[in-house]
Design a binder for this molecule. Structure first.
Ligand code: DX5
Ligand code: ZN
Length: 230
């Protein structure tokens, strides 16, 4: 299972977003993680499909949208038309999670489900086979620059076991507080897809920082219990 590094642009200087995305692309990012917040499901507001459509024109990297909004299905079509590759929705926002996941897949997009730190894995039991991505929040969603919540480590391990038992190739993505220390813990426990925001963007040399993160993650994966099982 490959390691993926997905930079989050949430803490970017938005007046220079295009230049940043080009640097991330040339520096070897696997995709761009776009945090959409509605000021309702989470207290913060960010941006919507118009900005995503502009970004689509300047990069060929996959655009990976993390929807932290109520009624996410209202926005699926607009993001699909903006050219995104995948949509990840929060289980906490979906009364009909199975239907919402199918709607995403019917549009030809990859489907992800995100869980807040306190949301149990049980909500995935009857849907995991249908997912391309499971995102475990390692902070409470809303802002970049928060601290990784260590209690989520056990949940990452349990989810990796669930994916292995289900024969699923879904990416196990972690999001929030990922830095050179926590990336190792997250990968040791079972994560293979790492969203990295503020810790990456504060680096001057993004190419080197991406290489360093990938090296730490690859080493942790190679020595991990779940890599051996696989
Ligand atoms: C938080 C967002 C994250 C955030 C990560 O709600 O979903 O993607 O940008 O930023 P860091 O890596 O700074 O925690
Ligand atoms: Zn995110």
């Amino acid at each position: 299972m490959s390691i993926k590094i997905a930079p989050s642009i949430l803490n970017a200087d938005f007046s220079n977003l295009g230049a940043l995305i080009k640097k991330l692309e040339s520096g070897g990012a696997d995709d761009i993680h776009l945090d959409i917040m509605d000021g309702n499901f989470v207290p913060n507001l960010t941006f919507g499909p118009l900005i995503v459509a502009s970004l689509r024109k300047i990069t060929s990297l996959p655009l990976d949208v993390h929807l932290m909004v109520e009624n996410p299905e209202h926005y699926f079509k607009a993001f699909a038309e903006a050219g995104v590759k995948s949509l990840t929705i929060h289980s906490e926002t979906c009364t009909h999670l199975h239907r919402s996941v199918q709607l995403i897949k019917d549009m030809g997009l990859k489907a992800g489900v995100a869980l807040n730190p306190a949301t149990p894995l049980g909500v995935l039991e009857y849907i995991v086979q249908d997912l391309d991505v499971v995102l475990l929040m390692t902070v409470n969603p809303g802002w970049g620059g928060q601290e990784f919540i260590p209690a989520v480590c056990g949940k990452i391990q349990e989810l990796r076991k669930m994916l292995l038992n289900a024969g699923s190739n879904a990416d196990l993505q972690v999001d929030g507080g990922i830095n050179t220390t926590t990336i190792k813990a997250a990968v040791d426990c079972g994560a293979n897809s790492l969203v990295i925001g503020s810790a990456l963007l504060k680096e001057k040399d993004l190419t080197k920082a991406l290489e360093d993160y990938r090296a730490v993650a690859a080493e942790a994966a190679a020595g991990s219990w779940w890599h051996k099982v696989k």
